[in-house]
Design a protein. Structure first.
Length: 119
């Protein structure tokens, strides 16, 4: 049974930093396609950062230069380092994982961790 468990969310002031973690069980993060998504109240879920099987990384424009996605294969954990946080980064953040990289759908999702940025 695959489980993705996010942690590290919280409340910070604008300009602050947080690091989100996504611990995987029943699933090996090495050489897999994984991503961080976020969803703010009343808005659609959006992809924030994606890492593919060979480590190629993509970010949505609004977080480029501020967020960093990475994975620790030994800890079987995906991370999202967030710096220079803005109030518009406030959302529930989810990690997601695919079984097959070339497919568009993500097969597994975590329960989410809340990030709140105050001005």
């Amino acid at each position: 049974q695959v489980q993705l468990v996010e942690s590290g969310g919280g409340s910070v002031q604008a300009g602050g930093s947080l690091t989100l973690s996504c611990a995987a069980s029943g699933y090996y993060v090495i050489s897999k396609c994984m991503a961080w998504f976020r969803q703010a109240p009343g808005q659609e879920r959006e992809g924030v950062a994606h890492i593919d099987s060979v480590g190629k990384i993509q970010y949505t424009d609004s977080v480029k230069g501020r967020f960093t996605i990475s994975r620790d294969n030994a800890k079987n954990t995906l991370y999202l380092q967030m710096t220079s946080l803005k109030p518009e980064d406030t959302a529930m953040y989810y990690c997601a994982a695919k079984n097959v990289c070339w497919r568009t759908e993500y097969n597994y999702w975590g329960q989410g961790t809340q990030v709140t940025v105050s001005s």
